[in-house]
Design a protein around this ligand. Structure first.
Ligand code: UDP
Length: 457
């Protein structure tokens, strides 16, 4: 009986099965060393961060003690707020109880009520940057999550930045999980830097009106979740709903274009898009709840529409661009039906044909990307005739989702500088809109008087 190479008496040679034992030992040793080195590096970073926290908290207390004393005299003793820290350990966070009225607002806006948390940092309960502290009371989900969280809660956290500056992301626990997964000194420095502009223009979502009026434009003060609920409800209804996104540029156009102003006034839903509107709301004491821009809303809306079996028609962009968006939808939300696509550079005589094509498929949602004010005027004029349930102008959205233009990185969006990123991408086309437009917008906001609208169309 002949033996196969590597076999001895019908058994596979262990050398071939497991490789050279010396090699295996070497590989295991390398793996163990890399795990060990990784752990040591992580531990060093933790110690470094702790050392930095202690140094900075001590330095701040040495400089700020007269201010702390003054706050103590004005607002009484520090309060203790029970919180859950890392590994779910309870601790009391120190803070002053400061009312959100009159001049006290300024003290709160400067976050001085949380100055006593410097003692928490010294005690090791907290850190300058970390996940948000969780109240002992609510959400089992949060408590479960916190059990696995090794980072000390931070005075500044990702969710704090996002809830004040920008759109509603995935929620608090998700922001914490994002922090935990990328935790490190670089992340902390990035978050600390992002907190600075947010401190200047951010606002606390305490009491916000249902609608606000900026430069005479009525804005529905929706959160992203509210907006999606409203759109989904309207897709199930029978009345066509026109939705407009208004950013600083749109507000500038509306100030000089009576027709567009009328379109916005008659739209069923008007959403505040961009950091400019957020700043304007803050200046005018008409706080905007969230930055509800189309580009962030779109993927979430697609997910909801897919679950509900809805359809979408894509109209606008350069030839081929809407096809790119269709590809994105098919790859990410295969259950959402793309009822049709049409580029946005068709001649006026082709318009009846375009409308008839949309009407023939009766889409739940019609997205029109032709730039403001044209896209919104188009939807206002043709939505009912086109037979879509909900229609909205979405500006550059098709360019982003088709991959033609890349979007600003997350940290740039967090601090509200997406406009600057776009300006760098297309300075020739956008300098007027952003460099001049932003200044004109702020100037208009500062000098706007509601009675000036009385005589206008
Ligand atoms: N567009 C179009 N038809 C036109 C003019 C513009 O389809 O007659 C498209 C253009 O290709 C771009 C979008 O409309 O995809 C407008 O983008 P813009 O950057 O102006 O929008 P924003 O997001 O800044 O409002």
């Amino acid at each position: 009986m002949s033996r196969e190479p590597g076999q001895s008496g019908g058994e596979v040679d262990p050398l071939l099965r497991f490789g050279d034992p010396k090699d295996r030992v070497r590989r295991s040793a390398r793996r163990a060393w890399s795990v060990f080195a990784h752990r040591v590096a992580g531990q060093c970073e933790t110690w470094l961060k702790r050392g930095f926290d202690i140094l900075l908290a001590t330095a701040q207390l040495l400089v700020l003690w007269p201010l702390l004393l003054l706050l103590r005299l004005v607002y009484g003793p520090m309060r203790r707020y029970p919180q859950l820290g890392r590994w779910c350990e309870p601790f009391d966070e120190f803070a002053f109880a400061i009312p959100v009225v009159g001049p006290h607002r300024i003290v709160r806006a400067l976050r001085l009520h949380r100055l006593p948390a410097l003692f928490n940092i010294l005690r090791g309960d907290m850190s300058f940057v970390g996940p948000r502290p969780v109240n002992v009371g609510p959400a089992v989900r949060d408590r479960l999550y916190r059990r696995t969280c090794s980072a000390r809660p931070g005075l500044v956290c990702l969710h704090w930045i996002r809830s004040r500056s920008n759109i509603d992301f995935e929620g608090e626990a998700a922001s914490d999980a994002e922090y935990e997964s990328g935790a490190g000194l670089r992340t902390d420095v990035g978050i600390a830097l992002r907190a600075v502009p947010v401190l200047v223009y951010g606002s606390e979502d305490t009491e916000v009106p249902e609608t606000v009026s900026l430069l005479g434009i009525r804005i529905d003060n929706y959160t992203m979740a509210d907006a999606i609920d409203r759109l989904m409800a309207d897709m199930a209804g029978t009345t066509p709903t026109h939705v407009c996104f208004v950013n600083a540029d749109c507000a500038n156009i509306s100030a000089v274009n009576a027709h567009y102003r009328g379109v916005l006034a008659r739209a069923a839903v008007v959403l505040a898009d961009g950091i400019g509107m957020k700043i304007a709301g803050k200046l005018k004491r008409q706080p905007i709840r969230q930055n509800v821009n189309g580009t962030d809303l779109f993927p979430r809306l697609c997910a909801e529409m897919e679950a509900a079996g809805r359809s979408v028609y894509l109209l606008g962009g350069k030839p081929g661009v809407a096809d790119g968006v269709r590809d994105w939808i098919e790859a990410h939300h295969p259950g959402l039906r793309v009822a049709g696509v049409q580029h946005g550079y068709f001649p006026p005589e082709q318009e009846p044909e375009v409308i008839a094509a949309i009407r023939s498929v009766q889409p739940s949602l019609l997205l029109v990307a032709m730039g403001a004010p044209r896209q919104d005027e188009w939807v206002a004029e043709h939505l009912a005739e086109a037979g879509a349930r909900v229609g909205m102008g979405v500006g550059g959205l098709f360019d982003f989702f088709s991959g033609r233009v890349s979007r600003a990185p997350q940290w740039v969006r967090d601090v509200g500088f997406e406009w600057a990123f776009r300006l760098l991408q297309e300075p020739g086309r956008l300098w007027k809109r952003y460099v001049i437009g932003n200044v004109v917008f702020l100037w208009r906001i500062a000098w706007y008087r509601p009675d000036a609208d009385a005589g206008r169309g």
